[in-house]
Design a protein around this ligand. Structure first.
Ligand code: ADP
Ligand code: MG
Length: 620
């Protein structure tokens, strides 16, 4: 069965011809490229045998660009022109950046722009451009070692990346002139690398502790199909924090606690990283810093970093809860990211899940390897490859309704790709346009959610309120990109937007939004029911006004009309500021008062309608 849903036009290929396709792990700290060659997956080294490409870009004053190890050496001597961790900036807008500026190691230019620009001596550069340089370096590495042109690539992204961040990644690939078969979630790639898709079923936890981020994902595997049940983590917790803990210790021990010397601090960090990595294989390590010498043991190290690991396990617990699974349901734990080399991390994760985590594959390479396997299939090298990779959306997507309420069209943690349509109708007689406001978040009201975009469907033929049928379709593709369209069904009038928000949310913001929605659940419910009643009341009044305008003269005496208008006035005044129950009661009274009128109208319309027509026509 061809379960792969992602097929690109014109990609069918002659069966005997192998097409060069690669998987790329575009990491915060390190990036990698891998490919399938004669049935084996391998990551590709540079010409000095290094597989990991540090995700660092150096721009000289003259505008020359260096990437990787060559750029890394400028970190100490020319930090302002040496960009690292640009992944953290991907898909972020100027607003996000001013909010996060303390946490980001960049100096931004003040130029007006939707995309933040980092100031360098040679001018300014965006995260997308810097990422494109990393991708270009990987691409030429692949071409050099395989001696062939690249058909395309699968690029991995964190599972929590939102539309803007995914789009930014695609844009970077475009700049690097790489065709993207698809973006793939990092945890899904890791599970594929371990061949877990060959199992019949299971619930897999992917624990990814990289350089600057921690991601935990829970996947369900069933009959070769992966479904991401939940994602969680901490975008500001990774191997770097372990370095910081050691660096503080170093500065303290060497009497430099108060130092503000940027070069000294940077040196402390670089030395700390060396110490940390050495302690993975050794029980103890020699330390030399600013003329101070000592020994540092693994035990000492482990006692300093216990809190950091505990934090990752708290997030893990939350992700299990979100996925609605128990620890004991987990069949496999996949370890990803260079920081899972640390023995203490493996041990604590093993204790937490009460099972041996999978560590056989190099944790740095596992994501690129999974991506390469997927790329090989997508390039058409394995026409029978039956693999469906499902991901989830992290936050619900919905629409603004009358009264500032949100109607969720796709709820969070729904697997993608997904298409979901909902029907709406017009609110006013003769309404010819409808505003579609797309929102993201868990709360009930518009203000409490994030606005993703707005557009207007025009050209609705004038009809009585409630008659038009407007179908709004939300489509989230395999990359997590959202497309919303609205169509008036009788005429086929259609309007569409692709949502590419100019800024993204951090995963802690996502978590915050989910938490908020729980904290405010009761308040939200009350607000919702009040708004609903208000909308309903407006609706009833509109309907009455429109009826009276149409046939009030003919069907009502002056007194009867007076009674109806009084009931309307009562409803009107209770609608403002009152609670939902009061409005409801007032609406009941008004409906009661209008009963006779409704009946009279019905009779008269049947009479009208039947004049000159056969009964059959109206019983359809
Ligand atoms: P990212 O996914 O963020 O690009 P990686 O998965 O490449 O990051 O992980 C980089 C992190 O792994 C760094 O913090 C690095 O110090 C850490 N790391 C690499 N090797 C080791 C090791 N042997 N022991 C401990 N930490 C390591
Ligand atoms: Mg990584």
């Amino acid at each position: 069965m061809a379960l792969l849903q992602i097929s690109e036009p014109g990609m069918s290929t002659a069966p005997h011809q192998h097409r060069l396709a690669v998987g790329i792990d575009l990491g915060t700290t390190n990036s990698l490229v891998a490919t399938v060659r004669s049935g084996d997956v391998e990551t590709l080294p540079d010409n000095s045998g290094q597989h990991l490409l540090p995700s660092i870009v150096h721009y000289s004053k003259e505008g020359d660009v260096l990437v990787g190890v060559e750029a890394q050496q400028f970190q100490k001597t020319d930090p302002n022109n040496t960009l690292s961790s640009v992944k953290r900036l991907m898909g972020r807008g100027t607003e996000d950046v001013s909010r996060l500026s303390g946490q980001l190691p960049f100096e931004f230019s003040d130029t007006e722009s939707a995309v933040p620009k980092v100031k360098i001596d040679a001018g300014e550069v965006t995260a997308i451009e810097a990422s494109a340089e990393i991708l270009k370096a990987l691409k030429s590495r692949a071409i050099a070692s395989l001696g062939d042109e690249l058909t395309g690539a699968v690029i991995t992204v964190p599972a929590y990346f939102d539309e803007a961040q995914r789009q930014a990644t695609r844009d970077a690939a475009k700049l690097a002139d790489i065709k993207v078969f698809r973006l793939l979630n990092e945890p899904t790639a890791a599970a594929v690398a371990y061949g877990l898709d060959q199992n019949v079923e299971g619930v897999i936890a992917v624990y990814d502790l990289g350089g600057g981020t921690f991601d935990i994902s829970v996947l369900r595997l069933s009959k070769g199909v992966f479904e991401v049940l939940s994602t969680g983590g901490d975008s500001a917790l990774g191997g770097d924090d372990f370095d910081h803990v050691i660096a503080e210790w170093l500065l303290e021990q060497s009497g430099n606690t108060k130092s503000t010397d940027a070069v000294l601090l940077k040196t402390a960090l670089i030395e700390s990283r060396r110490i940390k990595e050495a302690l993975t294989d050794q029980e103890s390590v020699e330390v030399e810093f600013a003329g101070w010498f000592s020994q540092f043991s693994r035990d000492e190290f482990e006692s300093l970093v216990g809190g950091l690991i505990k934090k990752t396990l708290l997030a893990t617990r939350r992700a299990l809860r979100d996925a609605e699974v128990e620890k004991s349901d987990i069949t496999d734990v996949v370890m990803v990211g260079g920081s899972t080399r640390m023995p203490i991390v493996r041990q604590k994760v093993g204790e937490f899940f009460e099972t041996e985590p999978m560590v056989d594959l190099d944790p740095d390479r596992v994501v690129a390897i999974g991506a390469a396997i997927q790329a090989d299939i997508l390039a058409g090298n394995k026409p029978d490859g039956d693999m469906l990779l499902l991901d989830v959306i992290p936050l619900s997507l919905g629409l603004e309704m009358m009264g500032g309420l949100v109607e969720k069209v796709i709820t969070r943690n729904t697997t993608i790709p997904i298409t979901r349509a909902q029907e709406f109708t017009t609110y006013k007689d003769g309404q010819t346009a409808m505003s579609i406001h797309v929102l993201q978040g868990e709360r009930e009201t518009v203000e409490a959610n994030r606005s993703l975009g707005k557009f207007t469907l025009r050209g609705i033929p004038p009809m009585t309120a409630g008659v038009a049928r407007i179908k709004v379709t939300f489509q989230v593709d395999a990359d997590g990109l959202l497309n919303v369209s609205a169509e008036e069904e009788s005429t086929g009038t259609k309007s569409t937007i692709e949502i590419k928000p100019s800024y993204g949310l951090t995963d802690s913001e996502i978590e915050g939004m989910i938490r908020d929605s729980m904290d405010n659940a009761r308040e939200d419910m009350l607000a919702r029911s009040l708004r609903e009643q208000q909308v309903e009341a407006d609706h009833v009044m509109e309907a009455l006004d429109s009826a009276i305008k149409k046939d009030g003269e003919a069907l009502l005496t002056t007194d009867e009309r007076q009674i109806l208008l009084e009931a309307r006035a009562d409803l009107y005044s209770s609608r403002v500021g009152a609670d939902a129950d009061t409005i409801k009661a007032s609406m009941k009274r008004m409906e009661k008062a209008a009963e006779f009128y409704v009946e009279r109208r019905m009779n008269s319309s049947i009479k009208d309608a039947m004049t000159g027509h056969s009964v059959d026509e109206f019983s359809k």
